[in-house]
Ligand binder design. Structure first.
Ligand code: FAD
Length: 293
């Protein structure tokens, strides 16, 4: 189907310009970034914006910056760039893992991390990864200025976030971490190579100089209502060295505790099997990165 008629199209060059356009166009306007989700929704007439505010000319919304307080990823950064940058090695490598396996080449060339977070499709990779890595999102509006929202408060449910319609996502901030002794990883499993996952797992592991685990985080995507963290993995791994048995135990604890759903893609039981097996492998990979293995 063709999208419903669009009455106005804006291509601002600055964040302020984009917010001004939103104020001018009103509630029927939507921002568009890579268009990988929104265009599909418009063609199916699930979204019928009367005005589009195209963010692609807003250079200040693109790129990465590393500072003493952590790493800032700007929302218009494309998957293709996130997949190859070395700025995310160590604690944030899970972002690169996810970016390099999202969709197909066209999706990775056009799709953006910000679009994925704001759309928050249930199985999407980036909401899950950002949840594991403790991101804080900065949202800007013309009337209320900027506010920071922790990712666990931002992700609400399928296609639902804490972003208000007039707010533009302007930054995704990740806290500073140790340079060595920390690693993260992400893997997904789906019905097709280039499709959305049935289950995706992100994990982060931090170790001390003797190799014992001092922090472990684990999050699961592909489950309802949205990606979820499971802190019991930390309980299973803290103070222990990374052995295959420890990873199996930790991932099994997550699979037992996390509620999964049956749908047209997979049964609830199959999702638990995936959490257990994929989870074990992702924990092992994050640990290997943390220990330089
Ligand atoms: C064939 C195919 C395969 C795919 N496979 C995967 C996969 O394996 N894993 C996965 O995670 N995803 C997958 N996707 C989904 C894809 O990753 C997302 O569609 C994409 O990341 C969304 O980003 P975008 O820039 O295209 O957003 P858009 O489609 O442009 O926008 C999405 C939403 O975000 C809003 N928005 C965008 N940027 C901002 C901003 N800065 N501030 C406020 N609102 C904003 C828009 O208004 C819209 O509501 C796939 C998609 C396709 C078509």
């Amino acid at each position: 189907m063709y999208p419903a008629p669009i009455e106005a199209y804006f291509a601002p060059r600055t964040i302020d310009g984009a917010l001004q356009c939103r104020a001018e166009a009103g509630d029927d306007a939507m921002f568009i970034a890579g268009g990988m989700s929104l265009m599909q929704a418009m063609k199916a007439r699930l979204a019928t914006p009367r005005a589009l505010i195209d963010l692609n000319e807003v250079e200040e919304l693109s790129g990465l910056a590393k500072g003493p307080r952590g790493v800032t990823v700007r929302p218009l950064t494309r998957y293709r760039e996130l997949a190859v940058t070395t700025a995310l090695h160590g604690a944030l490598q899970a972002i690169g893992d996810a970016a390099s396996t999202v969709g197909d080449r066209q999706v990775r060339n056009a799709g953006t991390i910000g679009g994925s977070l704001c759309w928050n499709y249930v199985a999407s990779c980036m909401p899950n990864v950002c949840l594991c890595l403790d991101a804080t999102l900065v949202l800007a509006s013309l009337e209320r200025g900027e506010r920071g929202v922790p990712i666990n408060e931002f992700l609400i449910g399928p296609l639902e976030t804490a972003r208000r319609d007039d707010e533009l996502l302007v930054e995704i901030n990740f806290p500073a971490s140790k340079v060595y002794g920390v690693g993260s990883a992400y893997r997904k499993y789906g019905g097709t190579v280039d499709g959305l996952p049935i289950v995706g797992i992100a994990a982060l592991i931090e170790v001390d100089e003797t190799g014992l685990c001092t922090d472990a985080r684990f999050s699961v995507g592909g489950i309802l209502p949205t990606a979820r963290r499971f802190d019991g993995v930390g309980d299973a791994l803290l103070g222990r060295s990374g052995t295959p048995a420890a990873f199996v135990e930790a991932a099994s604890a997550a699979a037992d505790a996390i509620e999964t759903q049956t749908d047209h893609l997979a049964s609830a039981h199959y999702r638990k099997v995936l959490i257990r097996t994929l989870g074990r492998d992702v924990l092992a990979e994050a640990h290997a990165r943390a220990t330089g293995g």
